[in-house]
Design a protein around this ligand. Sequence first.
Ligand code: GLA
Length: 390
Amino acid sequence: MVPLPIMGKHPINLSIPMKSLLTTLSILALMLPQVQGASSPGSNVTTSVFGKLPLGAPVTLYTLTNKRGASVSIMDYGATVVNLRMPDRRGKLDDVVLGFDTLASYISNKPYFGATVGRYANRIAKGRFTLDGKVYHLPINNGENSLHGGKVGFNKKMWTAHIVSQHPAAVAFSLASPNGDQGYPGTLKTTVTYILNDQNALIILYGASTDRPTVLNLTNHSYFNLAGAGNGQVLNHRVKINAFYYTPTDAHLIPTGEIRSLIGTPFDFRKFTPIGAAIQQTGGNPIGYDHNYVLAKAGSKRFALAAEVYEPTSGRFLKVFTDQPGVQFYTANFLNGIPGKGGKKYPQYGAFCLETQHFPDSPNHQNFPSTVLRPGEIFRSATVYKFGVR
Ligand code: GLA
């Protein structure tokens, strides 16, 4: 069983998302045999100052370490994953996520390295949607569209952190986004909880509630390179995605609304396939994968294996589990040598993202699973990035 964090010992106001978090955790404990393990005294959470915001507020880095020595560091600015150190097949730890050394770089963070993305991950066409007959307008920040929650998305907010538990190492980040924030209706209370268990699984739990009808799509935007961040391109990583369909897009990466079979196309990852095998045939500008995959279990909210990735040199293996209906497979097509951690330059295709999510632009597509959240409902979701070696 995944042990439940002890909430009572911490100065947490048990707001609805936090209560939902507890519920989600207990559901998880029953549902996730793949990621379970006894808690161990070897795990812990430590804190350090990562930097200061322009007005002087300190940004804190929370480092969760498990008994195997694997660790993840997350800062309260953007509830952002900054480092993720996982062993290769010889036991050598490497940082497998792209990012920066300084807070200043994260403040511009154009690629959204490691960030929690909200309120709406990916694009909403022309920054406009209608809900209950009312039209809402969002900031346009990507061509003619609204991307990743607008100009000041959740990735640019200071979240309030609480250390939930030392064994397993768990930290919760909460954010209250006011009604009208970036054009979205409703006061949205969100909690994102990160747990690192002793089986090298990074568990991410989302909880949210609203006081007016709204739309919501939360994800984590970590860029993985299983050979180590900054260690070249990922074209030789082998990927498998449990999807038969994807949502094709127009030239501005907005879904056309079609749910199209991927069988036999360059988007077909039903069997392990090197990322580079057919990438040149994907089209797009820039060329590469930047597509929402309709997970085979999309019709249900079942928590299931969504994707697997293997990197042959290091032997690292990643399994992604989620209850979300889709996953954005993005091969860092927009990177072009941006300097990252340790001064290493991140090339195009220098990482892959598997952003578990609802489909892009869902509020404008009746045939996509709904992203509407209403007062009294609690949004809860779980994604697990489970690491191993072969
Ligand atoms: C997402 C999008 C990409 C790109 C990145 C951020 O993954 O799908 O098109 O905007 O975010 O650079």
